[in-house]
Design a binder for this molecule. Structure first.
Ligand SMILES: [Zn+2]
Length: 295
């Protein structure tokens, strides 16, 4: 009996220590990762936000400083780029006008970068005057723009309203990689991003993104297990929005918005996706706005 008990205790100890070993190390606040299979495409992550940067032989094209609420975030990002290359940072391109993605650009400006964004970014920032967010130097119209630097081509596409009215889809045609922020979460249920969401237009936007020639998508918030997105992820996100829209349309037209529709929306198909519980009421509210109020 004693022996059995000690065996069990021993087994428990082994299990405990294995458990401790299996535990992932604490995730650092900042990480820079080279995108697998590329020579020069990187993802810079700061907390729950991330951005793409490309190192070319004539300089660096950076995107989104992601430094909202992180006073040293812009400089931290520049420092991370400096660990990879001493080439000049030529461009800083904003994905859209939301501060959580574009605050912190001063460090880039000080490093000599030119800031580029969709024309609506400047219109909005000029009114809001956020002390941490630098105005763009150049605006891109709805026609988009192609940036060529040191052998790299980066296409900036404006594909209509989506999560914001100022989103540029950034496409690296040679690498078949796109950087799309907030509208197409990778393997997650959308949440707070719904506040500035154009539901019907976003569906068209995702269809246009799907029609572009790419294989991997870098999201503005890390995907599940830090993975990049695929066309399947974009199709799944489109399906989720269409499912939510159909459910809410029925409830809204039955006069159930805002209550009880906001509490009744259930999308069990997506229950296992991260962000489900937190995201559902925000999705419900946005679609109640659309189908219950016409806005
Ligand atoms: Zn946003």
């Amino acid at each position: 009996m004693l022996r059995t008990a000690s065996c069990i205790a021993g087994a428990a100890l082994v299990a405990l220590s294995l458990g401790a070993q299996a535990q992932a190390p604490a995730r650092p606040q900042i990480a820079t990762t080279k995108v697998e299979g590329t020579d020069n495409v990187y993802v810079f992550r700061n907390g729950g936000h991330q951005a793409m940067f490309v190192v070319t032989r004539d300089g660096v094209i950076a995107t989104d400083p992601v430094a909202y609420g992180r006073p040293t975030g812009g400089q931290d990002y520049v420092n991370e780029i400096r660990k990879v290359t001493d080439k000049p940072i030529k461009y800083l391109i904003y994905s859209h006008h939301h501060f959580d993605h574009i605050a912190g650009g001063k460090a880039f400006k000080d490093a000599g970068a030119k800031i580029i964004a969709h024309q609506r970014v400047k219109e909005r920032l000029s009114v809001l005057k956020d002390p941490h967010t630098v105005l763009p130097d150049e605006s891109v119209s709805d026609k988009g723009r192609i940036i060529k630097l040191g052998g790299t081509t980066l296409e900036l596409w404006y594909l209509g309203l989506n999560h914001s009215d100022s989103t540029l889809v950034m496409n690296l045609p040679k690498e078949k990689i796109i950087f799309v922020v907030d509208t197409i979460p990778v393997g997650q249920v959308p949440g707070r991003g719904m506040i500035d969401f154009y539901p019907l237009e976003a569906e068209q936007f995702i269809k246009k993104v799907l029609a572009l020639d790419w294989e991997r998508l870098i999201p503005g918030h890390p995907g599940v297990n830090d993975r990049l997105g695929s066309k399947k992820d974009a199709e799944d996100q489109l399906q989720l929005l269409q499912d939510a829209s159909a459910e809410m349309k029925t409830m809204a037209q039955d006069g159930k918005c805002w209550e009880p529709a906001e509490k009744e929306l259930k999308m069990s198909k997506y229950q296992s996706w991260p962000g489900y519980a937190a995201g559902l009421p925000l999705i419900a509210r946005r679609y109640c706005g659309l189908w219950g109020r016409g806005t």
